[in-house]
Write a protein that binds this ligand. Sequence first.
Ligand code: AMP
Length: 213
Amino acid sequence: MRIILLGAPGSGKGTQAQLLTNTKRVPHISTGDMLRKAVAEGTRFGQKAKRIMDAGNLVSDDIMLGIIAERLSQPDAADGFILDGFPRTRQQAVDLDELLDQLGVPLDAAILMDIDLDILLKRLTGRRTCSKTGKLLNVHFSSQAEIDECLADGGKLLQREDDNEETISNRLRVYRESTEPVVSFYRDRGRLKIVDADGEIEAVQARLLDALA
Ligand code: AMP
């Protein structure tokens, strides 16, 4: 299975991809995670990427194509993949098509995780990770019990550096300007499927599996 998950920041692509990777047994390839790893490693590239990510802007298409070409050539991606966060510009979509052609593998679908702006804002501004367990929580949506469970153990609720309000509004603007054309790219080629991304994680996953069936 070779799919792309498209959707605004906060639409749940990462969460859904992580669940899907267990059922479909293909790797979840998140360019955001790969870039955050480079930032954590403190390489020169990582330092440059950090400045771009902190501002909510996009890393250049050339660099992203290099990263994704390298990743897709690894053995674990030979039988399939779930791409999350790539392609993010029309140029990246064109480049990905060429790359898959060269590799001789077809794309099964591009799936748009569809969600209202109001819900997105709550998801993004409320998003936290428990420092002890790594569990994803949300101060607007998680139960008090879940939040207390993290804090009771001496855990802290960590916020992603690019989840502050200024960066969020820029990321949403970048999404509208740069990534919505990617949605049109796949729609025009008859390869787009739309999944309602509102609701409980399990309900969205069930809709996603239906769309892939
Ligand atoms: P994400 O975790 O997917 O929201 O990505 C976090 C940040 O990483 C984005 O705001 C961009 O700065 C950068 N990024 C991730 N994927 C890409 C991509 N395909 N093209 C350009 N920048 C990206």
